[in-house]
Ligand binder design. Structure first.
Ligand code: IMP
Length: 430
């Protein structure tokens, strides 16, 4: 029985929440391995909607162990707020059902302040971050001055780390003529949160190893998507972590062999929030229609998502760099009723035809999509539960996508409801 890693294959918001929830009902342990509360997952279970940011999607299912791995940046205030909010919906979270890696990096209030201030200073060149302090927290991590969860239990180290952090950040703030961060206030905030968050702290790699030894099924839950990966995405318009499945191992403390089957969640069209290149973006009525019908607004920030045609070049690239074994295709029904559909099969760049997204910023902005046109379908595919329920032209669209991206459609999601899923192959069977 293989473990499964679920990752986004576009710019995030592919509908991972539903698929992860569906798979988590069949897993024992659900692990977040990167990102932070910039992610937004919507789950609809028995008509009740749950919106999660930092918590693994498994938390809403009793009897599962939810894990926040070392690769995640954890804002303890945001985490406790989320735990309270979900408790108000009747889901109780305890240190028995949720553990957080003791070596996870913390997001501090200063990180979101820096994130927002820098975005403002960038003006037109802004990245369009979620403003949650993700980038600044990862910067502190790789600069080896971050406060980690375990530091909250060690007063001497905590004080020393706060000094190191403020030495760096206050020097910058002084240079910007901005108010400096008060040492005593930050320490007081950290001392106040420590006893509330530390009960969740655990030696995650060890707990995961134990689970593996007992033959438990582990589900690795990715956030964002391959095109937001800090190495493989549309840099610098990316998030600050590796979103590809390779990071599921390092971000949770397991070897690559533990990751198992990689399922890439893929929307039947393309969306992106924030700035940056988007070759198949639509600026017309069809783009508006897709956005409205697909309810394309961010879960975390409420921002309107940019919409466009399916880009097979990008998804094929995500399949290759992310080791995606199969895809879960979502939101096909949003395309119901559109007379003619387009899929990008290559780019024209400087008079040549290319089949990859180049790394350079100018090239990414200048590539022109080459489209293949498909006849649409008038029937509704919403809620379809078998292949036989799908119109022939929809099947043709799916088959051509499989060919172009060089990966099979492992499952097809036809509505936000869990049971509206057509399974072609069980990801847990490898
Ligand atoms: P950050 O992760 O807040 O630093 O934002 C960097 C970029 O990633 C921005 O374009 C965000 O809109 C995007 N982003 C971050 N998290 C998500 C997500 O969960 N879904 C879609 N886009 C995201």
């Amino acid at each position: 029985m293989a473990n499964v890693a679920v990752v986004g294959s576009q710019w995030g918001d592919e509908g991972k929440g539903k698929i992860v929830d569906w798979l988590s009902s069949r897993a024992d342990v659900i692990v977040r391995f990167q990102g932070g509360h910039n992610a937004g997952h919507t789950l609809v279970i028995n008509g009740v909607t749950y919106k999660l940011s930092l918590l693994p999607s498994g938390v809403v299912r009793p009897g599962k162990l939810s894990v926040i791995g070392n690769g995640v940046v954890v804002d303890p205030w945001a985490l406790l707020r989320e735990i309270e909010n979900i408790a108000a919906q009747g889901v109780q979270i305890t240190p028995e059902s949720l553990i957080v890696a003791e070596n996870a990096t913390l997001i501090l209030p200063l990180h979101s302040a820096v994130d927002k201030a820098r975005e403002e200073a960038r003006g037109a060149g802004k990245i369009g971050t979620t403003g949650r302090g993700i980038g600044p927290a990862y910067e502190d991590k790789v600069a080896r001055r971050a406060i980690r969860l375990c530091d909250l239990a060690d007063e001497a180290v905590l004080e020393h780390k706060v000094d190191q952090l403020l030495f760096h950040h206050n020097a910058l703030l002084r240079g910007l003529n901005a108010p400096e961060i008060d040492r005593a206030e930050l320490l007081a905030q950290l001392r106040e949160i420590a006893p509330r968050i530390l009960p969740y702290s655990a030696v995650v790699w060890q707990r995961l190893e134990e689970a593996r030894a007992q033959g438990k099924r582990i589900l690795f839950e990715g956030a964002q998507g391959a095109m937001l990966d800090v190495d493989h995405g549309t840099y610098p318009f990316v998030t600050s972590s590796n979103t590809v499945s390779g990071n599921a191992a390092a971000g949770s403390g397991m070897g690559p062999g533990a990751v198992g089957h990689v399922l890439g969640i893929t929307k039947a069209y393309t969306t992106r929030v924030g700035s940056g290149p988007f070759p198949t973006e639509l600026f017309d009525d069809i783009g508006e229609l897709i956005g409205a019908k697909g309810k394309e607004f961010g879960v975390v920030t409420g921002r309107k998502r940019r919409c466009g045609w399916f880009d097979a070049v990008l998804v094929r690239q995500a399949v290759k760099v992310g080791g995606i074994d199969g895809i879960a295709l979502t939101k096909l029904d949003v395309l119901d009723g559109i007379e003619e559909l387009k899929v990008c099969t290559g780019y024209r760049y400087k008079g040549e035809v290319i089949h990859h997204l180049p790394a350079g910023q100018t090239a990414q902005a200048e590539v022109e999509p080459i489209y293949e046109t498909f006849q649409g379908w008038t029937e509704s595919t919403y809620g379809a539960r078998s292949w036989a329920d799908l119109p022939a032209t929809a099947i043709k669209y799916i088959r051509r996508i499989e060919e172009l991206i060089e990966a099979p459609v492992t499952l097809l999601s036809t509505s936000p409801e869990r049971d509206d899923t057509i399974l072609m192959r069980d990801p847990f069977q490898g």
